[in-house]
Design a protein around this ligand. Structure first.
Ligand SMILES: *Cc1c(COP(=O)(O)O)cnc(C)c1O
Length: 397
């Protein structure tokens, strides 16, 4: 049996014809930039996230850049964020001229360790940028208290967490700004790139909207150096078809996650992700990430020894010494695709190594990168496929 780590193909039997006619309608309308589909999507997305404003843009990465720029974060400023995330989180901070200050993650939930934030704050710190990684919501109550006490702004990276909630509120509605991605593998995936910024602050919303269109409040009148970052009308039309299915799809993800939790429990060396707690928080399960505990190798040392090598070499040399990589290989040879989110922490990527920043220890981040493995999870994954994944894991561990 072949099991992909992710697939949008099966979705087509449900919404294929609708997608077809929605896309054709945009093409026939001649309205490719902006227009009704984009307006409709921004309005319904804002409703879903319980915010006053949602502004479509070209990608999740751009959403982060626009949010940072809207808060006037730039040269000389510092932004606190995790190194255990997709590269774009830190890249956006660096690309507006600011500096990411990496704080280690909590080994229990893999999210920014909020107990370490205070000591990372300096007079240059402008914002906290937590990531709701894999769909698991960050404790936003704590983030807001820290931000208030230290006069910091909060940008939520919700790229993997559309549909997650903290304290009854959708992520992206809690900080100053929320940043979403509609990259195809996210819970709400377009048929290409797309993103959105959410906020309750009308001034910030205007700022984001202007920055996304060349810093242009009026036609051909530019008050800022902005970007060309719009949500395409065709992508908006695709998202308008998909949005009504979002919570149904997330419920399917939840069922799959709960099944994995039951079927994989109590296996030696295998740590399962935290489930949503008894309280009202919702995990939207963009990924189901297990942790394969390695024998006590010094992961950090191995990374450090390899820093001057190119990435390919790192990939070639790191695997096999880890039980995680053995498991991954074994699953692959049985037709099961898994993905490692993320094999190398951001601060150890060559792009950041060469900046020579000093970091506090990011040990949990480094160890996690060598032990995590994302199992197949998508709404259409069948029980039969899941059982096959589970049984193959049980046999290989
Ligand atoms: C996907 C992702 C992004 C970037 O989104 P794009 O739409 O691919 O630009 C940013 N942050 C995180 C955590 C992501 O997973």
């Amino acid at each position: 049996m072949q099991v992909p780590s992710f697939s949008l193909k099966k979705q087509l039997s449900e919404i294929g014809p609708e997608l077809n006619s929605a896309i054709l309608k945009v093409i026939e309308s001649g309205h490719y930039i902006g227009g009704l589909e984009v307006e409709k999507f921004e309005k319904s997305f804002a409703e879903n996230i319980s915010v006053n404003h949602a502004i479509g843009c070209n990608s999740g990465t751009d959403a982060l850049i626009l949010a940072l720029r809207a808060l006037n974060i730039g040269y000389g400023d510092e932004v606190i964020t995790p190194s255990f995330s997709f590269f774009a989180t830190a890249e956006a901070i660096s690309n507006v001229g600011a500096r990411p200050v990496f704080v280690d993650v909590d080994p229990n939930n893999y999210l920014l360790d909020l107990n370490l934030i205070k000591e990372a704050i300096t007079s240059s710190t402008k914002a906290i940028l937590p990531v709701h990684l894999f769909g698991y919501p960050v404790n936003m109550d704590k983030v807001l208290v820290l931000a208030k006490e230290n006069n910091l702004r909060v940008i939520e990276d919700c790229a993997q967490a559309v549909g997650s909630t903290w304290g009854g509120k959708p992520v992206g509605s809690i900080g100053d700004l929320g940043c979403f991605s509609f990259f195809p593998t996210k819970n709400l995936g377009a048929s290409g790139d797309g993103g959105a910024v959410t906020t309750n602050d009308s001034e910030l919303a205007v700022r984001v909207r202007e920055l996304a269109v060349h810093g242009m409040p009026k036609r051909y009148f530019h008050t800022d150096l902005g970007y060309n970052s719009r949500l395409d009308a065709i992508q908006a039309a695709v998202l308008n078809v998909k949005l009504p299915f979002l919570f149904r799809w997330i419920n399917k993800r939840k069922k799959i996650a709960q099944r994995y939790q039951v079927l994989l429990r109590d296996l030696p060396n295998l740590e399962l992700p935290l489930d949503t707690r008894e309280d009202e928080n919702i995990h939207s399960w963009n990924q189901f990430v297990i942790r394969v505990r390695s024998s006590p190798t010094n992961n950090t040392k191995i990374y450090e020894n390899n820093l001057s090598l190119d990435l390919k070499k790192i990939y070639e040399e790191l695997p096999n010494s880890y039980s995680r990589d053995c498991l991954k290989k074994n699953l692959l040879s049985n037709g099961i695709n898994t993905i490692i989110y993320y094999p190398i922490p951001i601060h150890l990527q060559p792009a950041y190594k060469k900046l020579n920043y000093k970091y506090t220890t990011l040990k949990n981040t480094e160890i996690l990168c060598s032990e995590v493995l994302s199992l197949p999870i998508f709404p259409e994954l069948s029980e039969k496929e899941q059982d096959y994944v589970v049984n193959t894991i049980i046999q290989s561990i």
